[in-house]
Design a protein around this ligand. Structure first.
Ligand SMILES: O=C(O)CCC(=O)C(=O)O
Ligand SMILES: [Fe+2]
Length: 329
């Protein structure tokens, strides 16, 4: 079976024909075409709220949108203090409605950062990443010559696990003088805007995820081999349903998704390439410029993220805790 992905340009060419007087034939244009197969350049449907949800105010904090469907800054909270149940619920609603929340200048200790994240569940440990002051804190310390990690690649975290993370709380401890932003992409918007043909094609499909390709970008086989039994390949639906909002989310990524089950290699590669490239569409994205002590809290079920390595030999130190998630369906 052949996988056809939507083509660009050709079907947009007609709109350049001007409305002219009734009988005048349209002037002939010379042949001019661009290569097929890129991302469609056109109107996108940017729906932020899940089906049936109404816009409601927030009582406990100010929410400042940073993009049309993804990313909002929360003002007026001190995350070092425990959350009461009503505040936790309101923050959870904000997370579901905006997918990534930013909190400026929190300067949390690792214990406070973990404590905040624990309001959403058990914390996850990752034996493959450098740890901070406790086992559930991952520390990315980037200075000249440091081993690259998950930078310059769109991904959702740990989709190679049977139960990928629900979300993560990231804090920047040291920020380079320029660059080092993080970007997030809304995978509900990415799904919504797929062509009907591609949606049909992936409806009910599953894909294989494996930790090896993501980590092999920066670790050798001797570092990875011991984990092969711990992390066998897993299958997840290509389109997962958000367990709290019911929204459909595109759930394949460049770091860990190796193939679509049941397709020949070439077809799988072609379709996967098209799907993972959806995260590149600017209208689905938000980009965050860090200051020290800022926190980003993202829904890892509904987004992908990309740490931009454009800060040369400057130092950037980030610490992250991840919240254990459910099995995607
Ligand atoms: O350092 C960042 O901005 C994000 C790195 C990352 O991929 C993560 O924390 O999961
Ligand atoms: Fe990540």
């Amino acid at each position: 079976m052949t996988v056809t992905v939507p083509q660009t340009a050709q079907h947009t060419a007609q709109h350049t024909t001007q409305q002219t007087e009734a009988q005048t034939p349209a002037p002939a244009l010379r042949e001019a075409r661009v290569p097929e197969g890129g991302l469609y350049e056109g109107v996108r449907e940017l729906r932020r709220l899940p089906e049936g949800w109404q816009e409601r105010p927030y009582d406990r904090f100010e929410l400042v949108p940073q993009a049309s469907t993804v990313g909002a800054e929360i003002r007026g909270l001190d995350l070092s203090r425990p959350l009461d149940p009503a505040l936790r619920e309101e923050l959870n609603r904000a997370l579901l409605e905006w997918k990534v929340l930013f909190f400026r200048a929190q300067h949390l200790t690792s214990a406070q950062q973990s404590g905040f994240a624990r309001n959403w569940g058990e914390l996850e440990t990752n034996p493959l990443l450098a740890r901070g002051s406790s086992a559930d804190v991952v520390r990315f310390d980037k200075s000249a010559g440091a081993t690259p990690t998950f930078e310059n690649v769109w991904h959702a975290d740990v989709t190679f696990r049977e139960r990928p993370a629900l979300g993560a709380v990231l804090q920047l401890r040291e920020v380079p003088p320029f660059g080092g932003d993080t970007m997030w992409a809304d995978m509900a918007a990415a799904y919504d805007n797929l062509s009907p043909e591609v949606k049909d094609r992936i409806d009910g499909a599953t894909a294989v995820h494996d930790f090896i390709p993501g980590f092999a970008r920066f670790y050798g086989p001797e570092r990875l081999a011991p984990y092969q039994d711990t992390f066998p390949p897993v299958e997840h639906p290509v389109v997962r349903t958000h367990p709290e909002t019911g929204r459909r989310l595109l759930f394949v990524n460049t770091s860990f998704t190796t193939r679509i089950t049941g397709l020949a290699r070439e077809e799988s590669d072609q379709l996967l390439r098209h799907l993972v490239q959806q995260a590149h569409v600017p209208e689905y994205q938000v980009r965050f410029r860090w200051q020290p002590g800022d926190i980003a809290f993202w829904d890892n079920r509904a987004t992908q993220h990309y740490a931009v390595n454009d800060y040369g030999s400057h130092r950037r130190v980030a610490e992250r805790v991840a919240i254990a998630g459910d099995r995607p369906y």
